[in-house]
Write a protein that binds this ligand. Structure first.
Ligand code: ADP
Ligand code: MG
Length: 144
């Protein structure tokens, strides 16, 4: 994924979508993108952008209740929301299947299950933190 270890500010949904699209279009097989930030920070918006960048046609929104949404794109995309996940439930997600499928795994609230994610030896593990700075301004930190 392009230019990790940077902090950028977006002003509005379209700019966050564009950043996600950037990440999605350069994503490699077997990679994990952890997206952290409070409720309403913009994690789902960023994941939507990643889906766009992977060429996903129809966006299904937040997987809060389904836990995981699976998409076909240039690479398979698995969009997870770990908000309601108990630590012991991580194994049931079958993360290995997602990576074996050469997928990109984007996980909202990913820090909740970070050790389980890192243990899968993804080809890349990118951590993104989004902070709401008021109105439509978001500070987004990307680290690898
Ligand atoms: P999360 O998944 O982190 O709970 P969402 O992505 O569902 O958050 O929602 C983010 C909310 O913030 C949306 O209502 C969106 O319209 C709003 N918003 C305002 N400015 C931005 C921005 N710069 N980037 C992303 N979302 C923004
Ligand atoms: Mg969300």
């Amino acid at each position: 994924m392009v230019n990790p270890n940077r902090r950028i500010r977006t002003e509005g949904v379209e700019e966050t979508l564009a950043l996600g699209q950037d990440i999605g279009s350069s994503a490699t097989p077997r990679s994990i993108v952890v997206i952290n930030g409070d409720l309403g920070a913009g994690k789902t918006v960023l994941a939507h952008g990643i889906a766009r960048g992977l060429g996903v046609a129809t966006w299904r929104g937040s997987p809060t209740f389904a836990i995981v949404h699976e998409y076909r794109g240039r690479l398979p995309l698995f969009h997870l929301d770990a908000y309601r996940l108990e630590p012991g439930e991580v194994e049931e997600l079958d993360l290995d299947r997602m990576l074996d499928a050469q997928g990109v795994v984007a996980v909202e609230w990913g820090d909740k299950v970070l050790p389980a994610l890192a243990a899968r030896s993804p080809s890349r593990l990118v951590r993104i933190g989004i902070v709401d700075e008021g109105d439509d301004l978001r500070s987004i930190e990307i680290a690898e």
